[in-house]
Design a protein around this ligand. Structure first.
Ligand code: OSB
Ligand code: MG
Length: 382
């Protein structure tokens, strides 16, 4: 490899993306994950490997098979990546991830598809530089605080799951809610766990017409209510935030730094959940992070039930200094019997160690297992 100090000093010649490998991977979930928009029984995702000059960068895309979280779908992403994005980057040399943006930005939407290309290149680039992704991004520390996200289940089951999460030291409990599965749940949870750091995530299930229910949540000392209103809305969240004491946290409705600016100016929320896949990559995630910091708004790193590759990217991102609230990157073993990486991403007392087992994302693909769980594989060469 090259001398990293010389490279950081500005003489880095760039790295050529010689080839790309795009897979569809499917991992069964240990327990079905239920949210207001539907139930997931397995985690299916596009995995992108960019190959350049003896190094490989890996990214995991977060769109669902069907447009139930946001509009992107796996079939749409595969077509866009195959027909447009990968032919545009394979065979080209880039000196930094920012040099990819003129290729990605002109296209409308498709932020999750753009993100997987950009994220895989950040991994490739930081490996070529010989530094952890954390350092390339400008993060600090060797562990990040995390909580659990608990899917919709009978109240008794949820109480048991909270017990388990508390025993493991998780720093925050997020309960998925939907209309009719909200106040009674919160009463039961607060009755049993009066002091825990608690949040709820509605995944867009409510409207302003549900103001009485959302206001009633003020009684439960929630750290925030995540995405109560529509996925494409900022305006109504601003009305809601003026009418409830609890902080609103935006997830689905923030897809770019421009969205974040509008939400911050409108005071549509007091917390933002940053998912690097949702917002189109690390450049956008950092811009949102910086903007929130300037507005005095804390952020935290969300998740999409990613495998070890996506989780590693999330953990490195969460080392940026305004990620002051616990993120969603809990132990991979809560979701999967076996991961596609060789390392184990497990928390200790509610902290996830930053994978620093080498440069880049700091984790490595378990190729043999990856082949078993790969449903489709395509190669791209210049
Ligand atoms: O809204 O944060 C969300 C999972 C799938 C889709 C949307 C969301 C979630 C989670 C899971 O809450 C967080 C995790 O990865 O553990
Ligand atoms: Mg959410």
């Amino acid at each position: 490899m090259h001398d990293q100090t010389a490279q950081i000093g500005g003489t880095f010649p760039g790295i050529k993306i010689e080839a790309a490998e795009l897979r569809i991977v499917s991992l069964p979930l240990i327990t079905p994950f239920v949210i207001s928009t539907g139930t997931m029984t397995d985690k299916t995702f596009p995995l992108l490997i960019l190959k350049g000059e003896g190094v490989e960068g890996v990214g995991e895309a977060v769109m669902d098979p069907l447009p139930d979280y946001l509009e992107e779908t796996i079939p749409g992403a595969m077509a866009f990546l195959t027909d447009v994005l990968l032919p545009a980057v394979v065979g080209k040399t880039f000196r930094s991830p920012a040099e990819l943006l003129p290729i990605l930005d002109p296209w409308r939407g498709h932020r999750m598809s753009k993100a997987v290309v950009e994220m895989a290149f950040w991994d490739l680039w930081s490996k070529a530089l010989g530094v952890p992704l954390r350092d390339a991004l400008g993060g600090i520390g060797d562990k990040v605080a995390v909580g659990v996200s608990l899917g919709i289940a009978p109240i008794e089951t949820t109480l048991e799951r909270i017990e388990v999460a508390q025993a493991a030291g998780y720093r925050r409990t997020k309960l998925k809610i939907r209309q009719g599965h909200d106040l009674a749940l919160l009463e039961a949870v607060r009755d049993r766990f009066p002091k825990i750091k608690l949040t709820v995530d509605a995944n867009t299930d409510y409207g302003l017409i549900d103001m009485p229910v959302l206001r009633a949540m003020d009684a439960f000392a929630l750290d925030y209510i995540e995405q109560p209103l529509a996925f494409d809305d900022i305006h109504d969240h601003a009305i809601l935030q003026r009418s409830v004491a609890t902080a609103i946290c935006l997830d689905e409705s923030i897809r770019s730094a421009v969205d974040a600016r509008k939400a911050l100016v409108a005071e549509a929320g007091r917390v933002i959940n940053i998912k690097v896949g949702r917002v189109g990559g690390f450049a956008s995630a950092r811009a949102i992070h910086d903007l929130c910091e300037a507005f005095g708004v804390p952020v935290w790193c969300g998740g999409m039930l990613e495998s070890g590759i996506g989780r590693a990217h999330n953990i490195h991102l969460a080392t940026l200094r305004n990620f002051t609230k616990p993120g969603d990157t809990s132990s991979a073993s809560r979701y999967f019997h076996r991961d596609i990486i060789n390392e184990q991403l497990e928390t200790s007392d509610g902290y996830m160690p930053v994978p620093l087992n080498g440069p880049g994302i700091g984790v490595t693909l378990d190729r043999a297992f990856l082949d078993i769980v790969t449903a489709k594989r395509e190669e791209f060469r210049a």
